[in-house]
Design a protein around this ligand. Structure first.
Ligand SMILES: NC(=O)c1ccc[n+]([C@@H]2O[C@H](COP(=O)([O-])OP(=O)(O)OC[C@H]3O[C@@H](n4cnc5c(N)ncnc54)[C@H](OP(=O)(O)O)[C@@H]3O)[C@@H](O)[C@H]2O)c1
Ligand SMILES: [Zn+2]
Ligand SMILES: [Zn+2]
Length: 354
């Protein structure tokens, strides 16, 4: 079943300028090509990246900008050559929708590292139009960049896996932080951070959360299962953790000093940065005296993403979400800036975008 060559109207919510204010916006999705899947979007997670792009923090946002890269939905049409999906399948789309498909990274299933990776929004699509994200009624994507969501995994809960989940899973696996008994520090308890806590506990790690929000302490310990909760401004609590951690994943959405965290790593410990502070600054002694490393990571490849989704389904690892209608999207972005999130907003596109 395919309507190759046809175009459809799509309803979305877009920011029109750097105020970032979102409002309804109609546009056309490209026609379904032979390798494409057309997806009726049911849910879309709200990532801090949506704040960054709608407000043009990096200076290259193209308006109107439809954000959203934690997309979950139901296949409604497939191109004639599509192999992996059929109408009715539950699928997800993450932070990118295309790549060259022939470089060393693409060949390794690490498409996010491809020079020609195309982001899910604000990128250039195959038809030359600007890609538009998941705050919209449907999306057309090459099947390679779609993921299977197991039927028994609730679709609203699946949304945060597509960015928050894979962004913390990738460096944790790469640095062998799936070995029981190791100690993990998580900076920032938002969308990414709470998934790092969930994976940490699923992998049998000893997990310490470093937060600026005392209001998150009780749930972090009782609901998310963290072993320790440290208020990062409390120097005594920080000092008590000196040289105790194998690995820290830094998901803070804003600026903070690095040296106090580096001193918490054991000899040879690693800090993996996934958040985007405006700068990274630390004393050389923080690295060389104890052979520590600092490392970065961006989402993850298609192979790891499907593996992570399947692991979450098999081990019943579920994000903790707050489901909102699309007309609360502006408020949700404001609340992210105020760190008022427990722990991922997910927009109920299916029932609220009309
Ligand atoms: N590398 C990637 O591929 C990738 C992918 C997605 C997102 N990101 C980036 O990762 C970061 C987190 O994204 P998210 O969606 O998880 O955001 P989020 O849900 O808004 O959570 C971020 C959390 O960071 C903490 N925080 C915020 N400002 C801080 C500051 N100045 N100092 C210390 N802690 C601070 C807060 O937690 P507490 O209340 O616990 O302090 C906040 O809730 C953002 O910078 C985002 O752009 C990167
Ligand atoms: Zn994201
Ligand atoms: Zn490539």
């Amino acid at each position: 079943m395919s309507s190759e060559g046809a175009k459809e109207d799509c309803l979305g919510w877009a920011a029109r300028d750097p105020s970032g204010f979102l409002s309804p916006y109609k546009f056309s999705r490209r026609a379904v090509g032979s390798d494409d899947v057309s997806i009726k979007i049911t849910h879309c997670g709200v990532c801090y990246a949506d704040v960054v792009w709608t407000r043009n923090v990096q200076g290259h946002s193209k308006y109107p900008l439809v954000p959203g890269h934690e997309i979950v939905g139901i296949v409604k049409e497939v191109g004639s050559s599509v192999q992996r999906f059929k109408v009715g399948d539950h699928v997800g789309v993450g932070t990118y929708v295309n790549s060259c498909r022939e470089c060393e990274y693409c060949n390794d299933g690490l498409e996010v590292q491809c020079e020609k990776v195309v982001l899910t929004f604000d990128g250039i699509d195959v038809d030359g139009t600007i890609t538009k994200g998941g705050y919209s009624s449907h999306i057309v994507v090459h099947e390679r960049y779609c993921f299977r969501i197991p039927e028994n995994y609730p679709m609203d809960l699946a949304a945060p896996l597509l960015c928050a989940g894979i962004t913390v899973y990738t460096p944790m696996i790469r640095h062998k932080m799936n070995q029981p008994g190791k100690s993990l520090g998580v900076i920032g308890l938002g969308g990414l951070g709470h998934m790092a806590v969930k994976f940490g506990k699923a992998f049998g790690l000893k997990v310490t959360v470093f937060s600026t929000s005392l209001s998150k302490k009780e749930e972090a310990l009782s609901l998310l299962g963290a072993d320790h909760f440290v208020i990062s401004s409390d120097q005594e609590q920080m000092k008590a953790m000196a040289k105790s951690l194998d690995f820290i994943i830094d998901t803070a959405a804003g600026d903070h000093p690095f040296d106090p965290y580096m001193s918490l790593l054991k000899t040879g410990g690693i800090l993996a940065l996934v958040g985007f502070p405006s700068e990274v600054k630390f004393s050389p002694a923080s690295l060389n005296l104890n052979m520590r490393s600092i490392s970065g990571s961006a989402t993850g490849g298609t192979k790891d993403t499907q593996e992570m989704i399947d692991l979450c389904a098999a081990q019943k690892i579920y994000p903790k979400i707050e489901v909102i209608p699309i007309d609360h999207a502006n408020e949700a972005l404001e609340r992210l800036i105020k760190r008022d999130v427990k722990y991922r907003f997910v927009i109920d596109i299916e029932n609220s975008l009309k």
